[in-house]
Structure formats: C-alpha cells, structure tokens
Design a protein around this ligand. Sequence first.
Ligand code: AQP
Length: 351
Amino acid sequence: MTGAVHTPRDGGGANRRTPRVFSGIQPSGHLTLGNYLGAMKRFVDMQESGTETIYCIVDLHAITVWQDPAALTRATRELAAGFIAAGIDPKRSVLFNQSQVPAHAELGWIFSCVARIGWLNRMTQFKDKAGKNREAASVGLYAYPTLMAADILAYHATHVPVGEDQKQHLELTRDIAIKFNQDFGVDFFPVVEPVIEGAATRVMSLRDGSKKMSKSDPSDMSRINLTDDADTIAKKIRKARTDPEPLPDSVEGLEDRPEARNLVNIYAALADTTPGAVIADHAGQQFATFKPSLADLAVAKLAPISEEMGRLMEDPAEIDRLLGHGADRAAEIAEPILARTRDIIGMVRSR
Ligand code: AQP
C-alpha cells in the first residue's frame, strides 16, 4: 500500500530524533561471554557516555522457542542481575522485561502488517534456528524481526548496539520504518543506526570457530557463561579448540585461523585493546602459554560480575521491584508513541 492516509506530514510531539539507545537480550539461558562482549559491555559504555539508554529483557522473544516456565522466570531475574552486575544502573538506564509493556506486542502486530513475507524469508537467523524442520517452527520465530522492530521503534530509538548476528534484523527494522513512513506519508519512525563495533562483535564457539557462541548451544564447553566459576572458565579456555601453529606476528596471519582469531579477539575485547596490540604482545607464543594468560584475564574481568550476580539473585523481590519500576518508565515513553501510531493508521480512539 502507498499513499498518504494522514496529511500533512506528521511531525507530532512524539516524533523525536535526539539520540536514544535501545537494545535487548533474551532470557533464554545463562548469559554468555558473547552476550557480554558483543552487547552488555557496550551497553554500559553507552550509559556512561550520558546518552539516554533503554535496555530490555526480551522475554516475548525468548518464547519463540520452548522455554520451561520456571527456567524462564529464573533466567529473567538472572539476566536482570547480570545487567546490574555488569554496570547498568537502573536509575540511569531504563531496565525492564518486555512482556510488562504491552506496546511491544501491539506494535509488533502492526509491523507484521507492514513487513512483507519476502523480507522475512530472507532472514538467516530464522533459517539457522528453525533448522531442517521449518514446518515445525513457531510462527513467532518467523515473525521475530517484526517484534524486534517494534521493541526499537516503540521508543523512537535512534541507536541500537548489537552483535554482528543482529545486523540483518536491524536492516529490516530500517525497512519497516521507511515503509511505514512512506505508506502513511509521515516522518514518524526514525531510521535506526546499528552500532556494531569493538573487537568482539562476533564471539565464536570455543568448540567450532565457524559458529557463534550461543546460550542455547547444546555443548556447555562451547561457551563461557557469566555464572561459571574461575576453574570452569580456565578449563573451558584450556580445552578450546585451536590449531597447532603458534600465534602469528600480524593480524593478517590470523586469516584462515578462525579459532586462533577468536581467542585473540576475546583477549582484545576483555583487555579493552585491539587485536593488533594483543598480537604485538604475544607473537610467536604457543597456545599452551597464551591460553593461561587469557584464562587469567577472563577470570579477573568476569569473577566480580559473577559474584555480584549471585549476591543480587539472593533477593528476587528486589529484582522484580527494579524491573517493575523500569517497566513503568518504559511504558511512559512507549504509550504515546503507540497512540500516535494508531492515529496515523486511522484507528478510532474510542476512550
Ligand atoms: N557470540 C556473540 N558474539 C557477539 N555478540 C553476541 N550476541 C549474542 N551472541 C553473540 C549479542 O547479544 C545480544 C543479545 O542476544 P540475544 O540473547 O537476544 O539473542 P542471540 O543473538 O540469539 O544470542 P544467543 O546467545 O545466541 O541466544 P540464543 O541461543 O537463545 O539464540 C545481541 O546484541 C547479540 O548480537
């Protein structure tokens, strides 16, 4: 559909373009080092930069694949604890779980009517997650990117820090915003900027350098969980798959060595430096020497987070209270944007 339903062009009060960051993480298992380096650590940097930041525990996304109810509850609280332990301040950032703000689901439906089936058919994450038996995948898994667009656009967010794996979904969010604006002749939804940067935008599995590290990988040895203790972290790094060559003397030498590159990138991201600097310090080293250095660094960076998560998890009621407060703040922003969206579409405000 094209053509203006509402003219003149919408420039209403909800239409803002000052920087606002939004991102989310699914409570679909224990947080991994991939989630931490690719997303959470950067969420903290954005909060510290003074930009308005909204972070969401996307439980509606998590149920696109089966979640045991008790495990979902625990994972939601654990993720909230992970956010706070990693440095997200619930007073400065808005931190909440998605299901508590109904605007996400409603705008998700509206965007399902804006997005085209052909667009969704191109999403590689659906193909990966649905696997061979696509007919048995949930409709929600297929429509996942339209809900993700709603998560972002319900807040008129302008910047979305994510890992490399979410790039295609963000492009779809941009397409949805552009199509909505064109269909209704408005300039209402912002065209978001993905923020994919740093040494660890794609942390790979410790068992297979061609697969991303993932919460739901059946092998626990493939990932480092933020809840792992020091011995487990050291064991997983010691057993991480590598090749027999020593570390090269330049970053170019890591090409065609996915496992070696992954460990160097993880080191760089944990040490807040570049892969080039890591190579400069460790050139020629065997993995028998490099892996223990990496394990020490990982334990030093992750142990305080893990300890703080454990402490916060002792008081689930306090976590729920903080999430409730975050949901109220989130709804205050999203509700007027959703109401304006309904007006633009031509839905009657009956009350
Ligand atoms: N391996 C990774 N490297 C870098 N970034 C990553 N992210 C996830 N894995 C890596 C980033 O973490 C954020 C939250 O991801 P998510 O939980 O919403 O979903 P996901 O990308 O599907 O993560 P998982 O761990 O693979 O979860 P499951 O197994 O449940 O599907 C995103 O910004 C993502 O880019």
